[in-house]
Design a protein around this ligand. Structure first.
Ligand code: PLP
Length: 409
């Protein structure tokens, strides 16, 4: 399907929230990298679960218990296929990327970490892919080392590779930067990591809504993603890991659902992935996430990417024509995330004034302090696009930005 055949109005009709007004104006939602809106099929799947099937998972033999378990497990099936995982039981269901990364930090990295060891990340990481590593590193006198990036916002691959010393116990990189939109060359990084015997974790939070993901082709060891950016409910996500890693990992959270037998003289644990899924999960949320993945698959990720790339080109051309506007992040082939600065106007002031025009963009550090430090700015304005956005919305946004910056001049 070409971009001109993409029936965006029909798609928008699937998203009830997109029809609302904000401050008396039709909403333009350009904060998709923060969280995405949900199609009716996701809202209905959550609603249907609570109306018809609400019960706990993997505990009851009654019909509702079986339906609840099936709804929950259906998300594991969808996720495994979505990332082309070799097996569904390599997918651990989590509350999101943050929990997935913490699980790897405490269960995979910490037991292996010695004083002086390193965890290699990049300058462009979200705090969720920095702070968990710092917390475990501090416990043993290890450290987190960032690989540098260029001013354009691209990882300097040779510098990353140069840091893959025997001290590095894990490397962790974003597939797509939430601030810059940069798509990192994960397959190349994974190959280099393998050559140096370093496991690679990929933070796929911002890749999942925009790119086809194939963990086998990427060749990484761990892949994390979050459901709410993928048009699913909050409090859902996953960690995929190679089976050998999962089998070697001790549990991180203890409780119900993750044991084989509990005895006061020694408890034994369930096999992965259930070993890592203690307690009652967000069952309704996972029913919704399964519906979200079906929705995305039905549209087709290539179709989505073609529309988004057309939107990105339009937005960059229109914004680039504005005097005094500076892009932050200009890597070729980037995802539809546009960070920028306007003259001396503060990003928060611009975002507040844009909100009065009905336009939702994010301002701030985007949970990426080290990246802001690199660029020497406290904050950027960020417009992040999804497949339901339109060219007309971009025109409205650019016109509104022109007006509001005038108010601040
Ligand atoms: N990593 C990246 C690149 C992100 O953009 C985000 C969310 O903004 C996260 C991790 C954290 O995701 P969550 O808060 O859903 O766990």
């Amino acid at each position: 399907m070409s971009e001109s055949d993409f029936d965006v109005e029909r798609i928008r009709a699937d998203f009830p929230l997109l029809a609302r007004q904000v401050h008396g104006k039709p909403l333009v939602y350009f904060d998709n990298a923060n969280t995405a809106q949900k199609p009716a099929c996701v809202i209905e799947a959550v609603d249907r679960f609570y109306r018809n099937s609400n019960a706990n998972v993997a505990r009851a033999v009654h019909t509702l218990g079986e339906e609840a378990t099936a709804a929950y497990e259906s998300a594991r099936d969808r996720l495994a296929r979505f990332i082309n995982a070799p097996a569904r039981d390599e997918v651990v269901l989590t509350s999101g990327t943050t929990q997935a990364i913490n699980l790897v930090a405490y269960s995979h990295v910490l037991p292996r970490l010695q004083p002086g060891d390193e965890i290699l990340v990049t300058r462009m990481e979200h705090h969720a892919n920095i702070v968990p590593w710092q917390l475990v590193a501090e416990r043993v006198g290890a450290k987190v080392v960032p690989a540098p990036i260029t001013q354009a916002g691209e990882l300097i691959v040779e510098e990353f590779v140069a840091r893959l010393s025997p001290r590095v116990k894990l490397a962790a990189v974003a597939h797509v930067s939430n601030v810059l939109g940069t798509v990192n060359p994960v397959a190349v990084l994974a190959r280099e990591c393998r050559r140096h015997g370093v496991p690679l974790l990929v933070d796929g939070s911002q890749a999942a809504p925009h790119l086809a993901i194939d963990v086998r082709a990427l060749g990484c060891d761990f892949y994390a993603l979050t459901g709410h950016k993928l048009f699913g409910p909050t409090g859902t996500g996953m960690l995929w890991a190679k089976r050998a890693h999962l089998e070697a990992m001790p549990p991180f959270f203890g409780g119900g659902e993750m044991i084989r037998e509990v005895r006061f003289d020694g408890t034994t644990f369930a096999d992965p992935p259930h070993r890592f899924e203690a307690g009652t999960p967000n069952i309704a949320g996972f029913a919704g996430l399964a519906a979200a993945i079906d929705y995305v698959n039905a549209l087709g990720i290539e179709t989505i990417a073609a529309h988004e790339q057309a939107l990105l080109a339009h937005a960059r051309a229109a914004l680039g024509a504005m005097p005094g506007l500076r892009f932050v992040g200009e890597a070729p082939g980037k995802a539809p995330v546009i960070s920028f600065l306007v003259d001396s106007a503060h990003a928060h002031d611009l975002a507040t004034l844009l909100d009065h025009e009905g336009i939702a963009v994010r301002s701030g550090h985007h949970c990426a302090h080290p990246l802001m430090q690199f660029y020497g700015v406290p904050a950027t304005l960020r417009a992040s696009l999804a497949f339901y956005n339109t060219h007309a919305e971009i025109d409205r946004f650019v016109a509104a930005l022109g007006r509001v910056r005038g108010l601040l001049a």
